[in-house]
Design a protein around this ligand. Sequence first.
Ligand SMILES: C[S@@+](CC[C@H](N)C(=O)[O-])C[C@H]1O[C@@H](n2cnc3c(N)ncnc32)[C@H](O)[C@@H]1O
Length: 271
Amino acid sequence: MASSLHISFLSFSSAPSLPATSRSTSRHIRCSGSGGGGGSSSTERQQLFSRIAPVYDQLNDLLSLGQHRVWKRMAVSWSAAKSGDRVLDLCCGSGDLAFLLSEKVGVDGKVFGLDFSNEQLLRASSRQYSLAKSCYNNIEWIEGDALNLPFTDSFFDAITCGYGLRNVVDKPKAMREVFRVLKPGSTVSILDFNKSTQPITVSFQEWMIDNVVVPAARVYGLEEEYEYLKSSIQNFLTGKELEDLALYSGFSVVDHYEIAGGLMGNLVAKR
Ligand SMILES: C[S@@+](CC[C@H](N)C(=O)[O-])C[C@H]1O[C@@H](n2cnc3c(N)ncnc32)[C@H](O)[C@@H]1O
């Protein structure tokens, strides 16, 4: 499958900018020369997400009992993306949010799905063709780094990020980049696991990871990869801390919503 996809590599040296009119065939994955954010742990995460790519969608459906689709719809709705908009799905993985955005912005809009894992992008690209909805032609996949976005300032009408910020090594820098590429008055919607301040929610979340998520991942030989989930939530930011980070990055209106009984959270920040 992967070998049938057209991948082209564009070498950008630093903070390259895609022109507003940039269009390419949708089987095309652009490479913005992501260095993985510098630092070995970013490279390790890149490799981790490439390893789990083949089973990522299956496990999401299984472990959330399909609920992640509802949360992703909510995230897209909070982004306020509308028909004709140019939007970004940051850390797009296999493209769930990008596909939802594509339906929102329609044929007159444009969606960029950016991720630093080529394997995830190949899955996104192949789903784009197997799902075969005409509006999905408005999606372009870009291999790039959330810490060095290959777009000019004030480029996007809306941005989504699903389960990505928690995995980015330098969260303040990622937020500054999101702020930079968003148009004034536009919104970013960031969905992720909620780092709850309620001990009972934390206990339940950790029990689920230890007793449901990791054993399910073991079936696919990905136990170690999913063990990382617990520490990534522990090292993440609470809703209040995410709001503070957004304000500190320059956003003017910020709200963090707890969803799924506090297991998940969604930061909505308006530039
Ligand atoms: C848990 S997956 C989420 C994928 C998708 N957004 C979803 O909701 O299903 C996190 C994604 O973030 C990507 N990622 C992590 N750090 C990144 C970075 N610095 N730049 C670009 N992508 C990154 C990973 O490659 C991975 O595909």
